[in-house]
Structure formats: C-alpha cells, structure tokens
Design a protein around this ligand. Structure first.
Ligand SMILES: Nc1ncnc2c1ncn2[C@@H]1O[C@H](COP(=O)(O)OP(=O)(O)OP(=O)(O)O)[C@@H](O)[C@H]1O
Ligand SMILES: [Mg+2]
Length: 448
C-alpha cells in the first residue's frame, strides 16, 4: 500500500534512550511493521489510535500516533504523573512528522508519543483469556479501585478510566494497576468531590461497556468469578472498593491526649495497606479535651521503598512486603542463634546472599530468563507455603524450588518468564547506543 510521504520534523527524547533514527520515519506508524525489523508483537489492549511496539535490545517502547497537539499534551501529563510518583507508563519522547500536502497547521501534524513498554504488564484481555491467570481475575477489581484512589489522591483527573487504559502487573498473588493513556486527563493540586465522582461515573460506564464488548468478541471462560458475570455489577463493585479505601485513608480519628499509641496504630494500619504516611495533623477539638487526627498519605509504596533501601531490589508493593517478611524471619532466626539483636540491614544482606540470588540463578538455569524476578521468587515462596501446609512441616526453599520448576514446565504461562517470541525479537535487534542527555534530535534532512 502506498502512503503520502512523511518526514521527521522533530524528535525529542529523554536521557538514556536510543535516538530512534533508524526507524522508518518517512512512513505513518501503521506501515512500520512491514519496514522495520524492530517492530515486535506484545499483548496489548484495544485502542482507537495506531499503537506499535519497537524493541531496542532488551527494552521495548510503545509508539502511539496522534496529532501533535494531542501527543504533546499527553506527554506533558505523563511527565506530571511521573513527577508525582503516580503509577503510569513512563514517557520517553515525542516525535513530530510532516506530511506532503498537509502541513498548514503545525498542531495537526502527525506525531508519535513514545513511552517505555511497561515490562511484564498484562492487558485485561490477557487476564481473561490466557490460561494460568484465572486466579487474578477477581483481583482486577481491587487493583483498579486502588489505582483510582492513588491517582485521585495525587490530583489526577483521568477522564477515561477504562479496562483498556489500565495495565496490570502481577504482584505476589495480587495485581498492581498502572494508567496508560492520559489523553483526556487533567492534573490539579487537589480534586474536588465532584471531579472524583465524575471520574467514577466514567469508569463505571467504560468498564461495563468494555466487558460487554469483550463478551461479544470472545467466549469468556466458564469459570468467570460471579462478580464479573454482570457487567454493571462489576463496575459498581470497583466503585464500592474505591469508596471503602478512600474512606479508610481519609478517616479522621478522635483521641484523648493520653492515647498517643492510637496514632502509631493508625499509621501502621495505613502502612499495612501499603500507604506511606507523609504527615500527621493533630488538632484540638472544639471542646479542647480531645484531639482530631488527620493523616496525609504520600504514596502507596511503603514496603517498596523499604525493600529498595535495604537491598536495591525494585519490586511491586505486595512482593516487597512478602520479601521483607522473609528478611524479618531471617533476622529473628539470626537473633536467636547469635543470642544478640541483629539489625534488619544485616539480615537483608544475608538473605540476598543465601536465598534470593541463589534461588534466582537456579531458576534461570532451569526455566530461562525471568520477566519479573521479584514475582518469580514470590511465586516460589508461595509454593513453599502451599507445600509446607500440605506436609504440615516446613519443606524448605530448595524442595519448593524443585517442585515449582517441575510444575512450571508442565504448565507454561504460570511463571513470569520472558516469552520466546519477545526474547527472539529482542535478541535479533542489535542494541543502539543510548543518549547521554535529553535531546532534540533533528536530522538535517528533516527540517522543512
Ligand atoms: N507503555 C506501554 N506499555 C505497555 N502497553 C502499552 C503502552 N502504551 C500503550 N500500551 C498498550 O496499547 C494499548 C493502546 O494504548 P492507548 O490506550 O494509549 O491508545 P488509545 O488509542 O489512546 O486508546 P483509546 O482508544 O482508549 O483512546 C493499551 O491498551 C496498552 O495495552
Ligand atoms: Mg486507550
């Protein structure tokens, strides 16, 4: 098929990424698959725009074509989300093309928003259709509700929350959700109740519509959880989970001046839900005899931060919480053995050296490269608990690891491994050097 000739007009790329100049910029995105060996297939959601994935070594990028004005706006919004440390795809760059005969309004030029592919992410369709992922389906509701709460706390009005605009990552038996597609969004200092309500209504409409659409296109699995059977109820259930979580986070506590332990209790409850508490406000009540306590949560990454500080491992929130528990166990065992208190940092070091790294290198030998190492390790831990419960004794990590390997070989799809197709594509495409700093790359031929 022939296309009107395009040219690269400008390309803005953030530090640490390739310059992308070897891509077929003279073509619209829809024609890239035929021309560039870098284009790869990955599981993805539905979209109105053309969206393609391109691989540079081990890193995959998503390219979405929209008019320049729209792409710039979405790029800015995603940068804003990143600055506020909210869970979303990360913007990498913005490319603007020119098209012969269609260049009168610069804002309407064809453009491409480039984002980093969210590694190991699953679009909701994969959760419904891929074998081995059944257990996650009902988790999807909590994950979506949790995502909306976090975005709203951060002042993000989404305007288009839908199943297709959320990506899910496995998180030690649960799911974490990330926003993709911020085309219709707005960032504010704080959202009003009206803005939050509007976003919830849009979410309900989109989710019910998305599920009805999915049912019309594919045969949904028979063992669909009851909650997901009725489209409208599913959407309502996400709202209810959202409202419960929102109320819990924003709950004010009334305490007596001598009840300071309740402050710690409240902080711990929020930490257990994964929220970091940035500030605690204590105000004297009108009568003066009581205190009103308000907590301000800053993010939902309490355990992630702690794990990262101790070990350098980047994990999801629940994964981090499980790994920290294992370190705490090790700390307790060491303390008992050595008959003196052992700091968590020492236990963390031993845990990395004696458990985490050896287990992962064994898994890599037996199963291949992990797409998500923390998740893989957590699955082995979970398997260990399962076997231990069945055997009514601690079966140990080695036995669990061996059994997990046997099980994963029998049932591919369970373990979060780099898929063969993606791996082949990654290995085939040669690695391009990364840019040292944010750059506007303007090849001389592109200036019109
Ligand atoms: N960075 C990314 N990482 C992983 N998947 C991505 C990424 N960017 C886009 N996708 C996938 O591509 C799909 C389409 O992207 P996106 O929602 O931005 O397109 P759209 O055309 O704006 O969608 P809509 O029809 O909702 O307006 C998403 O559902 C998601 O599955
Ligand atoms: Mg979308």
């Amino acid at each position: 098929m022939s296309h009107p000739v395009r040219r690269l007009h400008s390309l803005h790329i953030r530090q640490g990424h390739p310059d992308f100049l070897d891509l077929p910029w003279e073509l619209p995105l829809e024609a890239w698959s035929e021309r560039s060996p870098r284009v790869v297939e990955v599981p993805r959601g539905l979209s109105r725009h053309v969206v393609l994935f391109v691989s540079y070594g081990a890193t995959i990028y998503a390219f979405k074509e929209t008019p320049a004005r729209v792409a710039q706006r979405e790029y800015d919004l995603l940068r804003g989300l990143e600055d506020r440390r909210l869970p979303s795809v990360v913007p990498v760059g913005l490319a603007i093309q020119t098209e012969a005969g269609h260049d009168s309004v610069p804002d309407d030029r064809p453009a491409m928003l480039i984002t980093q592919y969210l590694a190991s992410s699953l679009p909701y369709r994969a959760l419904f259709m891929q074998q081995g992922l059944e257990r996650y389906r009902s988790r999807l509701l909590d994950a979506m509700a949790g995502l909306l709460v976090r975005l709203h706390l951060g002042g993000f009005f989404w305007g288009d929350c839908s199943l297709s605009n959320v990506l899910f990552r496995r998180d030690a038996g649960e799911l974490q959700a990330y926003a993709v597609d911020a085309e219709t969004s707005e960032l504010h200092e704080q959202l009003s109740p009206g803005q939050r309500e509007m976003d919830l209504q849009i979410m309900e409409e989109n989710v019910a519509g998305g599920l009805a659409d999915l049912a019309a296109r594919v045969e949904l699995p028979e063992e669909l959880p009851a909650e997901l059977e009725a489209w409208q109820e599913t959407a309502t259930s996400i709202r209810q989970r959202y409202e419960r979580l929102w109320a819990e986070i924003n709950r004010e506590l009334i305490l007596q001046p001598h009840e300071s332990y309740r402050i710690h209790e409240r902080i711990r409850t929020l930490n257990d839900l994964g929220f970091s508490v940035g500030e605690v406000e204590l105000l004297a009540s009108a009568q003066g005899s009581q205190l009103r306590m308000r907590t301000i949560v800053t993010d939902r990454e309490y355990h992630r931060h702690q794990l990262h500080t101790l070990t350098g491992i980047v994990a999801e929130e629940r994964q981090a919480s499980l790994l920290l528990n294992e370190m705490q166990e090790m700390k307790a065992t060491l303390t008992r053995k050595l008959d003196r208190s052992v700091p968590l940092s020492v236990a963390a070091f031993r845990w990395l050296d004696e458990r985490y790294h050896p287990a992962l290198s064994q898994l890599q030998k037996d199963l291949g490269r992990a797409a998500d190492t923390a998740e893989l390790y957590c699955q082995v831990l979970e398997h260990k608990w399962f076997l231990s419960e069945r055997a009514k004794r601690d079966v140990g990590l080695d036995a669990a690891l061996q059994d997990y390997v046997t099980l994963s070989r029998k049932q591919p799809g369970i373990a979060p491994l780099v898929e063969d197709a993606t791996r082949a594509a990654q290995e085939a495409s040669e690695f391009a050097p990364a840019l040292e700093a944010d750059a506007d790359v303007l090849p001389p031929r592109s200036v019109t």
